[in-house]
Design a protein around this ligand. Structure first.
Ligand code: CDP
Length: 225
């Protein structure tokens, strides 16, 4: 990787606030924000739209070669079409962790993500950024929070979007299931990179996490949490 380019890797479990925090930092530090979860979600959307079974690896892989996924200017494109809204629906959320567990799927996404980091100063969030995608990232953070708090945040997000038939306990359950699949899969499981700074955001606001990360990057606060 070009040493003159800046890269910030943010990993962590579902609903920890990674993408909200990463977007704000991108704006403040003038970095390109890359939402790698959106890329796995977009491919999952395609699998579902084609009536294929996300748990059937062969069916899923049959679509991979003829799929174009691009994350550009904060929009996710699936085969040339913006799918920002569609990728957040419940069926995508419930199935994305199966699709993202297949090594061929990961290989394709990781290559695309590494290409993007070669061209721009980036802040990238996901599950394997500090461990696999950008092992030499300039800075690595792992943002987490208690599962109940993460469930509440996701619930509020969906309510604000106008969803009505959702139950908090189900959301917490889905998040726990996804975390389990993501952290126990064979291929690039979710784990804390050895050289990452861990931030527990359970009792912190988004802006507090943003400020903390920026302070840590600037070296003002040398305390590792
Ligand atoms: O936003 P949320 O925390 O719900 O998840 P996301 O970042 O949109 O990621 C959705 C799913 O994609 C995760 O649960 C993982 O299964 C998968 N993913 C992954 O495997 N590797 C990444 N770098 C990013 C996401």
């Amino acid at each position: 990787m070009d040493k003159t380019l800046l890269s910030i890797a943010i990993d962590g479990p579902a609903g920890a606030g990674k993408s909200t925090v990463a977007k704000k930092i991108a704006k403040k530090l003038n970095l390109e924000y890359i939402d790698t979860g959106a890329m796995y979600r977009a491919f999952t959307l395609k699998v579902l739209e084609n009536g294929l079974d996300p748990k059937n690896e062969n069916e899923v892989l049959s679509l991979l070669e003829n799929t174009e996924i691009i994350f550009l200017n904060n929009h996710i494109y699936l085969d040339g079409k913006i799918v920002d809204e569609e990728i957040r629906n419940n069926s995508v959320s419930k199935n994305v962790s199966y699709v993202s567990s297949y090594s061929e799927v990961r290989k394709k996404m990781v290559e695309l993500q590494q290409e993007m980091a070669k061209k721009n100063n980036v802040i990238m969030d996901g599950r394997d950024i500090g461990t696999v995608v950008l092992p030499n990232a300039s800075y690595k953070f792992f943002i987490t929070a208690q599962p109940e708090e993460r469930g509440k945040r996701r619930y509020m997000e969906l309510i604000e979007k106008g969803e009505t038939d959702i139950i908090l306990a189900d959301i917490i359950d889905d998040i726990n299931k996804r975390d389990k699949i993501d952290s126990t899969r064979k291929e690039s499981p979710l784990r804390i990179p050895d050289d990452a700074i861990v931030i527990d955001s359970t009792n912190l606001t988004v802006d507090e996490v943003v400020d903390l990360i920026i302070e840590l990057i600037k070296g003002v606060n040398k305390i590792v949490l």
